[in-house]
Ligand binder design. Structure first.
Ligand code: EPZ
Length: 431
């Protein structure tokens, strides 16, 4: 298979399909909250302390972003201390934003602190603007002047003013950027059709601990009354529901039994219900679940939607699961255009999946056979590692760095559950 990968640095997972996973795993703090909490710390000079921060690549990148803005950050286990100066920077460089689109979340805090911000917009200009147009229009409604450059965007404002903002789509990032701008704006801001993901409520909890006046976080109507100044605070990041859902699928797809702890099962209500529809047994308890399955998984239909709908970040993992279920399943992806990059890779392993627009039709069960596949992105990469656990023989998942962005020690954790998963890091040379 080497011919698919020209001479290059190849970091990969090597997995040998085997038996059921058994044991227990504890997930870390939510990546998609911790990244924003780091940005929120910029709002208050002094030391903010975050606990239960996952040790993953995206956090390393976001740490580099806030250090670039003048902060000092140090880690002690899962505690991250961010020391914010009286004056923070106002620019994030392309090489950091290119690695982490989510770093666009500094727009709100820097506009609030400095009155001006310049952020590189990764990828094509239109794509970049489209993916942040709701962020920018929200900030513009609060008085910011937006200037578009070929590869960056600038925003300027004397003083942010509260506004009544209705989001055409319940965008997670736009909701968060507006909250981060509104907490010290002049007057009151309301956000209609706000995202309701649990990570939004987690961000609001830190902001409130810092002195913000926020009501309705976690619902689709949020009200923020601007306050004069915020203070640093301490906060424990909520458990990562997507990491938890990934290990839950690993238990079901390998017909094993795994206790997954460190998160709130109430944040995975629909996902756990779907696992039961597919035929897994799911026992819930405070702080975790135990998921087990024998043979005889059944097909199911899945539609991804903003929370509390089925999370798009567990779509690739469920696509894999459905390849092992008897019957025909339909999975509809409504949140991201074309988030079916995993399909070609699963088909290489022997899956029967046909994509029609934003629908994927899966026929199963299909025996998967090990092959060399490529992780196209974070969640699809994690799903391909799980695919290797059920495929006969050896599966190599290259571009493994994608998976490191959101999963700490996934190879070690899967090995602890009985999976044959190794990580290799080689410089492949032309033969
Ligand atoms: C967050 O992305 C998460 N990332 C994503 O997780 C997650 O899939 C997504 O929310 C939905 O839950 C982080 O929190 C870092 P959106 P975000 O704004 O904020 C379009 C993972 O694997 N849109 O709700 O970017 C956008 O293109 C990642 O952990 C606009 O058009 O999600 C997409 O189609 C993947 N204009 C849809 O809305 C905008 O201004 C959802 O985007 C903003 C978004």
């Amino acid at each position: 298979m080497a011919e698919r990968y020209p001479a290059a640095h190849m970091n990969a997972f090597v997995i040998r399909g085997g038996g059921p996973l058994r044991g227990e795993v504890r997930v870390g703090g939510a990546k998609n909250s911790a990244l924003k909490l780091l940005a929120a710390a910029l709002l208050a000079p002094g030391r903010t302390v975050l606990r239960n921060v996952p040790d993953i690549a995206d956090i390393t990148t976001m740490t580099a972003v806030v250090e670039h803005l003048g902060c000092r950050v140090w880690r002690d286990g899962d505690r991250l201390t961010v020391e914010v100066p009286e004056e923070v920077g106002d620019e994030t460089p392309a090489h950091l934003v290119g690695r982490l689109r989510a770093s666009i979340i500094v727009l709100g805090p820097l506009l609030a602190r400095r009155g001006r911000v310049r952020v590189a917009t990764p990828g094509g200009c239109n794509l970049g603007n489209r993916a942040i147009d709701l962020h920018l229009s929200g900030l513009a409604q609060m008085g910011a002047e937006i200037i578009y450059g070929a590869d960056h965007v600038e925003a300027r404002v004397e003083r942010l003013a509260g506004a009544d903002i209705d989001l055409p789509f319940a965008s997670v990032g736009a909701t968060e950027n507006i909250l981060l701008a509104a907490v010290t704006a002049e007057g009151t801001t309301t956000v209609g059709n706000a995202a309701r993901e649990p990570e939004i409520a987690d961000l609001a909890a830190l902001l409130s601990a810092m002195g913000a006046d926020i009501h309705g976080a976690g619902t689709s109507e949020i009200t923020v009354r601007g306050v004069g100044r915020l203070s640093p605070a301490h906060h424990t990041v909520l458990g990562d529901r997507i990491e938890a859902g990934t290990y839950a699928v690993a238990a079901a797809v390998t017909r094993g039994s795994v206790a997954v702890d460190g998160f709130d099962p109430a944040h995975l209500r629909l996902v756990l219900a779907k696992l039961r529809v597919v035929g897994a047994r799911v026992d819930e308890r405070p702080g975790g679940v135990t998921v087990s399955a024998e043979d005889g998984l059944r097909s199911a239909d899945i539609v991804t939607l903003p929370y509390p709908g089925f999370p798009t970040d567990l779509q690739p993992q469920f696509l894999l699961l459905l390849t092992q279920a008897a019957g025909t399943s339909m999975l509809t992806e409504n949140v991201f255009d074309g988030r079916f990059s995993i399909v070609d890779e699963l088909v290489r392993l022997g899956a029967d999946i046909a994509v029609e627009g934003h629908h994927a039709v899966v026929r199963g069960p299909r025996t998967l056979r090990g092959a060399s596949v490529r992780a196209p992105d974070l969640r699809a990469g994690a799903a391909l590692v799980l695919a290797g656990l059920v495929a006969e023989g050896e599966t190599v998942v290259t571009d493994a760095a994608h998976v490191d962005r959101g999963y700490a020690d996934i190879a070690a954790r899967l090995r602890a559950l009985g999976g044959d998963v190794r990580r290799i890091d080689v410089v492949a040379t032309a033969v």
